[in-house]
Design a protein around this ligand. Structure first.
Ligand SMILES: *Cc1c(COP(=O)(O)O)cnc(C)c1O
Length: 431
């Protein structure tokens, strides 16, 4: 299967090129030329996660990977479950936080890492992943690439501006994972990453790649857990054609993957894209005007995005009829409602965190009688320990993944906001 640039449809690349390049000409996003469609959904749903995921994704990658290679990629990437938990008769949560860094980004991050490693093993080229993080992404990327041959990872983060536990989750690994504590803000870190990509000589010399959420491989991986949710609910309820997914959205990668699943034949009834106060999309769907405001800090901070970078893919699917326009609505949930959602869920016996709560609240506004609501649990509550504890007035225990790294030593080097310093550092890594 080929992937084409949504901005320049004549630019067409293979899966491996799309994974390595990330973006096309003029910052255009890659999109599959065709989508595989499956008729016999019931027999797909009867399969275990890994076997089913290989079956639904292989058509996308078959030009570049043998079935044997792809089987090992998916088996290594999806080595933890996605779990549906019942909330009440009309609602369930799809828990996506049972991976090594306790957030759904483990699915896409691990899949991308395994793909890249397979491609570089053959060509023996060196790849450097450079990424800036304000918390979650750094951990998912670091763990996904840790220990892989031929791939070095450098992660920049603002010194003193992330929690100690967050910092320990990605700075204590060592090996091929280097971390730089930058004396500046998150925007400074992102600026340094951008300068590195603009420096074509450097980019070429170190095989620069960003591993960020616009990479098509991350989205393909995320298609699989929509099928998995339907499979588990079918087993529990005997039906799966009335599902409404409510998705806590920041860059809208999760929504894109859900729409792809629907286009491939999974009969998802519709989607609710739930945002926090960063409500560019709900306003856009209402007024038709794309007017991003300044980004606002909220307690669901992984969704503090006012210019969602996957939106062109969503818009393409709506405008080209790949999915029906009526199947998407979007709503913004404020901080007070987010806290109320955490309380309501707690009174139903479920401890949640701000991102999932936003999605839960959005379902409360829009579910019809003949529908069943599924909201995505994108992070483990312990990752947002302070907020959850202060909202509920109780103490949370630390899951093993967080407890394990809390006693380890931080291995970061310190750096100023100085591109030449970063440049020399990166070049020294590969030589
Ligand atoms: C990244 C993230 C989101 C937003 O997902 P998108 O695919 O960017 O819309 C939501 N919740 C958590 C916990 C995240 O880390």
């Amino acid at each position: 299967m080929k992937f084409y640039n949504l901005k320049h449809p004549e630019q067409e690349v293979s899966f491996s090129q799309a994974v390595r390049q990330g973006l096309g000409k003029n910052q255009g996003l890659f999109f599959p030329r065709q989508l595989p469609e499956f008729d016999d959904i019931e027999s797909l749903l009867a399969m275990p996660l890994v076997e089913r995921s290989i079956k639904i994704l292989y058509p996308f990658v078959e030009d570049d990977l043998t079935l044997e290679q792809f089987t090992s990629i998916v088996t290594n990437a999806f080595n933890f479950p996605a779990l549906v938990q019942s909330i009440d008769e009309k609602n369930a949560v799809l828990e996506l936080f049972h991976g090594p860094t306790l957030a759904f980004k483990d699915f896409g991050g691990r899949f991308m890492a395994q793909c890249l490693q397979t491609f570089t093993k053959d060509s023996r080229e060196k790849i450097t992943i450079l990424t800036a993080t304000s918390g979650d992404t750094g951990a998912a990327v670091a763990h996904a690439f840790y220990g892989l041959d031929n791939i070095d990872v450098t992660i920049l983060y603002p010194k003193g501006k992330i929690s100690l536990l967050q910092e320990k989750m990605f700075t204590t690994l060592g090996g091929n994972i280097s971390t730089l504590s930058v004396d500046g803000s998150f925007d400074d870190c992102q600026g340094l990453v951008k300068q590195s990509f603009d420096d074509l000589e450097l980019a070429q010399a170190i095989g620069l790649n960003s591993a960020n959420s616009i990479n098509i491989s991350r989205l393909l991986a995320q298609i699989c857990y929509y099928f998995e949710a339907a499979a588990q609910l079918y087993r529990q309820r005997g039906k799966f054609d009335d599902l409404v997914f409510s998705i806590p959205s920041g860059n809208f990668g999760n929504l894109t993957a859900g729409m792809l699943a629907k286009a491939m034949g999974l009969p998802i009834k519709r989607f609710i894209a739930a945002t926090n106060a960063n409500d560019t999309v709900p306003r856009y769907l209402q007024t038709g005007a794309w007017q991003p405001n300044d980004t606002i800090a909220t307690m669901s901070n992984a969704m503090d995005v006012s210019k969602p970078n996957n939106w062109p893919r969503v818009e393409h699917m709506l405008n080209s009829g790949i999915v029906d326009k009526n199947c998407l609505s979007s709503v913004a949930i404020d901080e007070e409602q987010t806290q109320m959602g955490i309380h309501s869920l707690n009174s139903l016996g479920y401890i949640s965190e701000p991102h999932a709560s936003v999605a839960y609240k959005a379902l409360k506004y829009g579910l019809n009688d003949d529908e069943f609501g599924v909201f995505l649990g994108t992070a483990h509550p312990a990752k947002f320990k302070e907020t959850v504890e202060s909202t509920l007035g109780c103490l949370l225990g630390l899951p093993k993944e967080l407890a394990d790294c809390s006693g380890e030593t931080i291995l970061s080097s310190e750096m100023n906001v100085d591109f030449q310093q970063l440049r020399s550092y990166l070049l020294a890594q590969v030589n």
